[in-house]
Structure formats: structure tokens, C-alpha cells
Design a binder for this molecule. Structure first.
Ligand code: SIN
Length: 498
């Protein structure tokens, strides 16, 4: 395989200049396209259609037209469709991984992991689709009978980010289809081709036309977001992205009072207590901080180490980071790829320079890597971090680990909870009482105890505070795409006397 252009086993999975609407591959009506570049080399991968609101409206219309018959399919029928799509994802996982690496930059091994993770949402929700139960409720009024049924909410607008080009799409489409909804998915401007390949597999799986629509836009993204959030035909919007954009989408959705679920930014605390298994904690920190080169919402952002083990942790941690091999995602032995674009590099560099200026010490990395390309930054470890530094209050979204020293459990919990956001939090300890205490005290939606990896289709993913609301994956994920209808049957008489 050449460094920049992967050879797909099935080249027809690469969809250029077309998006997927009403079961067909279509161009933007304006004929406009936008360029997508390989973040490793900066080279052009291809162009994708620049949809505007009129193009997106056609996708919404298609989803609305498909909804009445799709909602009436049995859960078992929807399950089979999702399972078929899952099987095709597994069969084509190598190509999906190559596409992910090409447009996102993550190393091929990580991209293979993402392809499997993405498919697991279809597997999980294909198993949930036939098990959508309501309740039978003892009524307060004699003679009445009360039941609930779960109904699909309707057409869903799904807006996904570039950091997991496959998994964020399937995590939303899986439960939506399982519930009986139809969707318009807006693919990320930086990484549209993976979502479009998934749409091709949906087509091959026999998903009925109009049920899944995948649109693309870069410059017009705000316009597409606006029509998805303001159209009366769209009943629900699910968004993964920044808190700032989430607030805007929420405002736009208010005129039609849509059901919403938002998975927004994080600033994950990662706490290592003196009593932790140090090697386990170091491995957990490496996995959590440097997964996707630090470009996940659940990545450790503030790493708090108790004073008794601070120096030893820093030294072991930095030694592991030194062993990373940074490079293009297809190159043999590469463990960490580029960042997505130059804005990401600018932010990461600013956080490192700010920490240095305020007394932090870079003990590993700390520099851009122009010899590899403009989007590469050395995996970095900084000691002597303080809460005045930008990294303490802003999500870095890059390969920079700032180590903060703390003395007591009370102090670290307070600082950890001082963030406005609360997505994930991690801590390491062998003290059972502390494990319960701290897990309950952290103001986050997800806690990893003695592990740095928590993502799983079976586990509810989501945040509190300004990290948003709603849960994805798990038995809770499907509820985001349903409404509970209550039915009271009056005058049903009294129970028989036995
Ligand atoms: C994210 O970064 O938003 C998702 C990470 C994950 O699913 O593990």
C-alpha cells in the first residue's frame, strides 16, 4: 500500500462527489463540492458534495416519507436489517479502517479498532430492536387499565464529528433504526467518506429507501445544521461535538421543541492515588490520554497524581510516551498519527507554551514536527501543572499530558469537579471505600475505576453539566429515539371474584 493512497479491496466503497438520499447517490443541486485532505500528507483525497438547505430538505422529505412504513415494521424485521448491515461492516472492516485512516489520520490498528467498535453498535441495537417493551400499570381509578407503548419519535437529524468517522455515526443510527425512526445523518466535513461508505453498505443490506440518508457539507455545515434543527419534520436531533455548537443547536431547536441528545466537550480528570497500582495507572493514563492522539471527548485532560507517587509516576509515564512512534497512519509500527488540522496544532501548541510560561516543565516532547508534516505534534508530558494554566480549564484535544500534584482526596475531588463540563472521569485506587466514595463524588456521566478505557456499546455513554445530556449505547440509548405513549382503557370493569 502506498503511503497516501490506500488500495481498497472494494473501490466502489469510496463515494466521490455524491451523497446518499432516498436510496440514491446524488450530487448537490448547485454542483458544488468541497475538498477533503489527508491530515498526514495534506494531499487531496477527493471531493464531496456541498449540500445546502434545499438539498438537505430533500433528504428530510425522503426520511419523512419512509417513516410511516418503517415504523410499522416489526422489531424483528428491523433487527434483521441492522444485523445484515452489521455483517457487511464486518466483511468490509478492512476497507472501512483504511478509509478512517485516510481521512482522519489515526494509525491503521486504531482504525481497525474503530471499525469493530462502530459495527458493535449495529450488533447491539439489532439485539435490542425486538425487545422494546411497554408497561402495564395498576390504575388509581377502579375499572381503568393503564398501559404504555414505546413509539419511534420520527425523523431524526444526526450530526457527527470527525474524531470517530464510523463509530459516532453507527452509535446514533443503530438505536434510531432499532426504535423505528428514519434518519438524515450529516457527515463530518473533514471525514465524509467513511459515513458515505457506511451508506453504501446500508444500501446493500436492503435498508429501505429514505430510511437512511447521509448528506455532506463543509462550508454549508451551519446551514445544514439549521435546517435539521428548525424543520418541523425532524422530531429529534442527536449531536456529538463542541459545547459551543451544542448551545447553538439547542437554541435553533427551540422553535420546534425537538427531542435532543447532546454529547459535548469534556475535560476529564484522571486521578491517581498513592495506594494505586502504579503500573496499572500508568498504562491507564497512556490509553486514556493518547487514544487517537488525544482527540476524543473522553480523553484524560487533567492528570492529578498524589504527591507521594508523583515523581515516580511522571518518570514511568514519560518513558512510555518517549517510546511512541509518530507518523502517517499506514506506516508500519506507527502508534500515533497526526492531528486533524492546523487549528488543532495551534491550540495544542498554545497550551504547551502557556504551561511553560506559567512554570510548567516539559519533560517529554513539546514541539511541532514539521519534518513529518504540518499536522504533527510530539506526544508531550508536562510536570508542575497548576490550575492557572489554560490546559486546566480548556479541553486540549491533543497529545499533551499535564501532570498536577495533589495532597488529599477532598482537595482533588473539589478541583476535578470545578470544571463546567462533566463527561468522563477516571481514578486509580485499591482502597474499596475510597473507590465508592470518589466514584459517587465525581460530577461526570461516566467513571473509569482502575481503567482508562470505558467505551462499550453495552454501556451508557454521556455526560452531565455542559457536557450535555442523553445517553448513547446500552439499553438506555434506544430511549433517546422513542416516546412513551400512555393508554388508559376506561370502564374495563372490576376483577372477577375468585
Ligand atoms: C468521543 O470522543 O466523543 C467518543 C469516544 C468514544 O466513544 O470512546
Amino acid at each position: 500500500m502506498s503511503h497516501n493512497v490506500p488500495k481498497l479491496n472494494d473501490p466502489s466503497l469510496l463515494k466521490l462527489n455524491v451523497a446518499y438520499v432516498n436510496g440514491e447517490w446524488v450530487q448537490a443541486k448547485s454542483g458544488k463540492t468541497f475538498e477533503v485532505h489527508d491530515p498526514s500528507s495534506g494531499k487531496l483525497i477527493g471531493t464531496a458534495p456541498e449540500f445546502d438547505s434545499a438539498d438537505t430538505q430533500l433528504a428530510i422529505d425522503a426520511a419523512a416519507a419512509a417513516f410511516p412504513s418503517f415504523r410499522n415494521k416489526t422489531g424483528r424485521e428491523r433487527s434483521k436489517l441492522l444485523r445484515k448491515w452489521y455483517d457487511l461492516m464486518v466483511e468490509n472492516s478492512e476497507d472501512i479502517a483504511k478509509l478512517i485512516t485516510w481521512e482522519n489520520g489515526k494509525p491503521l490498528a486504531d482504525a481497525k479498532g474503530e471499525a469493530a467498535y462502530a459495527a458493535s453498535f449495529f450488533e447491539w441495537f439489532s439485539e435490542e430492536a425486538p425487545r422494546i417493551y411497554g408497561d402495564t400499570i395498576p390504575a388509581s381509578v377502579a375499572g381503568n387499565r393503564v398501559v404504555t407503548i414505546k413509539e419511534p419519535v420520527g425523523v431524526c437529524g444526526l450530526i457527527t464529528p470527525w474524531n470517530f468517522p464510523a463509530a459516532m455515526v453507527t452509535r446514533k443510527i443503530g438505536p434510531a433504526l432499532a426504535a423505528g425512526c428514519t434518519v438524515v445523518a450529516k457527515s463530518p466535513g473533514e471525514t465524509p467518506f467513511t459515513s458515505l461508505a457506511l451508506a453504501e453498505l446500508a444500501h446493500r443490506a436492503g435498508i429501505p429507501k429514505g430510511v437512511v440518508n447521509v448528506v455532506s457539507a463543509l462550508k454549508n455545515t451551519p446551514e445544514v445544521g439549521e435546517i435539521l434543527t428548525s424543520s418541523p419534520f425532524v422530531k429529534k436531533v442527536s449531536f456529538t461535538g463542541s459545547t459551543g455548537v451544542g448551545k447553538l443547536l439547542m437554541k435553533q431547536s427551540s422553535s420546534t421543541l425537538k427531542k435532543l441528545s447532546f454529547e459535548l466537550g469534556g475535560n476529564a480528570p484522571f486521578i491517581v492515588f498513592d495506594d494505586a497500582d502504579l503500573d496499572v495507572a500508568v498504562a491507564g493514563a497512556i490509553a486514556s490520554k493518547f487514544r487517537s492522539s488525544g482527540q476524543t471527548c473522553v480523553c484524560a485532560n487533567r492528570i492529578f497524581i498524589q504527591s507521594g507517587i508523583y515523581d515516580e509516576f511522571a518518570q514511568k509515564f514519560a518513558a512510555k510516551v518517549k517510546d511512541f512512534k509518530v507518523g502517517g497512519g499506514y506506516s508500519e509500527g506507527v502508534t500515533h498519527g497526526p492531528l486533524i488540522h492546523d487549528r488543532a496544532i495551534t491550540k495544542v501548541d498554545a497550551h504547551v507554551r502557556d504551561a511553560e510560561k506559567k512554570g510548567g516543565k516539559v519533560i517529554q516532547g513539546g514541539q511541532k514536527m514539521p519534518e513529518l508534516g504540518s499536522n504533527f505534534f510530539q506526544p508531550t508530558v508536562i510536570t508542575g501543572m497548576t490550575t492557572e494554566m489554560a490546559l486546566a480549564s480548556e479541553e486540549t484535544f491533543g497529545p499533551v499530558a499535564g501532570l498536577f500534584k495533589f495532597e488529599t482526596e477532598e482537595e482533588v475531588t473539589k478541583v476535578a469537579n470545578s470544571a463546567e463540563v462533566g463527561l468522563a472521569g477516571y481514578f486509580f485506587s485499591k482502597d474499596l471505600q475510597r473507590v465508592f466514595r470518589v466514584a459517587e463524588a465525581l460530577e461526570v456521566g461516566m467513571v473509569g475505576v482502575n481503567t482508562g478505557l470505558i467505551s462499550d456499546a453495552a454501556a451508557p455513554f454521556g455526560g452531565v453539566k455542559e457536557s450535555g445530556f442523553g445517553r448513547e449505547g446500552s439499553k438506555y440509548g434506544i430511549a433517546e429515539y422513542q416516546v412513551t405513549k400512555m393508554i388508559t382503557y376506561g370502564g374495563m370493569g372490576q376483577p372477577l371474584q375468585k
